[in-house]
Design a protein around this ligand. Structure first.
Ligand SMILES: [Ca+2]
Ligand SMILES: [Ca+2]
Length: 72
């Protein structure tokens, strides 16, 4: 399980290739690794809500976007 008190560490676990962004694929794989199934609709919802917060809307979640979503 991720350390829920440390969103930066959680982000780094989700970002499996370490490029500083979480893609849909990385998010789905990380959730599956936690034993959580994520549907395409759920991914759409999560990424629509979380992406764009830093104005790039690049279909990837940056650490800044992740932290905003986390604190919501
Ligand atoms: Ca990545
Ligand atoms: Ca983004």
């Amino acid at each position: 399980m991720p350390d829920l008190d440390d969103p930066t560490a959680t982000f780094q676990k989700f970002d499996s290739d370490g490029d500083g962004y979480i893609t849909r694929e990385e998010f789905a794989l990380a959730m599956n690794a936690l034993g959580e199934e994520v549907t395409a609709a759920e991914l759409d919802s999560i990424f629509h809500a979380s992406d764009q917060r830093d104005g790039d809307a690049d279909a990837r979640i940056s650490l800044a976007e992740f932290l905003v979503a986390w604190n919501k």
